[in-house]
Design a protein around this ligand. Structure first.
Ligand SMILES: [Zn+2]
Ligand SMILES: [Zn+2]
Length: 310
């Protein structure tokens, strides 16, 4: 599981930062990539990465501002040209379906696959045996959602070496032991299933927020997250601007990470007014003063979210 930043700028594209898109790569977990937002030219950014558009299984849109959705029609149609056949599900606020459908119909684009649209409200918006995704509304003047991606805990694996050492031969009995049952062998000895199962692998939590003012609503999404991705359009000095434009400062993002007891914070959606290494160093230090494990995203930066053992 890792995150790749495809665009880390705010509002308009710049030479060094494209507009927002983040790829959550779940290749090992489900052989798929989930995209969060799709700013203009996201498909161009993808060309510089190993990501294959046909592997994109889901796209989660945080809100309908252009810098988060203008890349959708192009990416969707290229996915078709490149042999994508699998269902694509697009989650987002009300209006996302109309936006995509009009772009595709006006341009006479015919796709080789189906798109399922899910116009979301707050709550659990997706769940299967591996993952659960929750959405909560933030504060951005228009509907803007944050997403909390929870990987479910995986049960421990069967300790085959230990079973063989105990003289238990492979067979249907292994399945019973794996289920955690207590099993009586032919010689009368009793095997306690859980003794032969390795430690459970604790699921990971990744929180990706849309554009927002500093909001207590972010805390619920970010609670104990292994990775929190929070916008930081402005420096701490520009708190007034941040408030007026419904955005956050570095310090406010760090405050959310700190209060939510997140493990790592990555700042993104950086205004083009901050260009030099000096500016960027200053931004990250403002966050680190409150939450030391803070980083600032660059286009194409990757961050691994390591597995956890109980
Ligand atoms: Zn934005
Ligand atoms: Zn916005």
């Amino acid at each position: 599981m890792n995150v790749m930043f495809l665009g880390t700028g705010a509002g308009i594209p710049a030479k060094s930062r494209n507009v927002t898109s983040i790829a959550l790569q779940l290749l090992e977990e489900r052989n798929a990539v989930w995209l969060f937002d799709c700013g203009e030219a996201t498909q161009h950014q993808i060309l510089h990465t190993p990501i294959k558009p046909r592997k994109i299984e889901k796209i989660f849109i945080t809100h309908l501002h252009g810098d988060h959705i203008y890349g959708l029609p192009g990416l969707i149609s290229s996915r078709s040209f490149q042999g994508g056949e699998g269902l694509l599900t697009i989650y987002g606020p009300k209006g996302i379906e109309e936006f995509v459908k009009i772009a595709l119909s006006v341009s006479h684009t015919h796709l080789s696959y189906f798109i399922k649209f899910i116009e979301i409200e707050e709550g659990v918006i997706f769940e299967d045996h591996l993952f659960q995704v929750t959405a909560i509304k933030l504060e951005h003047g228009i509907d803007s959602y944050g997403y909390r991606v929870i990987e479910k805990d995986l049960p421990g694996t069967l300790l085959v070496d230990k079973l063989e050492q105990a003289g238990i031969k492979p067979g249907p009995i292994y399945q019973k032991i794996k289920s955690g049952d207590t099993v009586t062998l032919e010689d009368g000895s009793v095997i306690h299933g859980p003794d032969f199962i390795g430690p459970a692998q604790k699921g990971r939590i990744v929180t990706i927020l849309g554009d927002t003012r500093f909001s207590k609503r972010s805390l619920e999404l970010a609670e104990q997250a292994d990775l929190l991705i929070h916008e930081a359009t402005f420096s701490e000095e520009d708190e007034k601007l941040a408030y007026n434009y419904f955005h956050s400062t570095t310090k406010q993002a760090a405050q959310v990470a700190y209060e939510a007891k997140a493990k790592k914070l990555i700042l993104t959606h950086i205004s083009s007014r901050y260009q030099t290494d000096h500016d960027l160093d200053k931004l990250v230090k403002e966050a680190q003063a409150i939450f030391p494990n803070s980083f600032i995203a660059n286009d194409f930066m990757q961050m691994e979210i390591p597995k956890k053992r109980e």
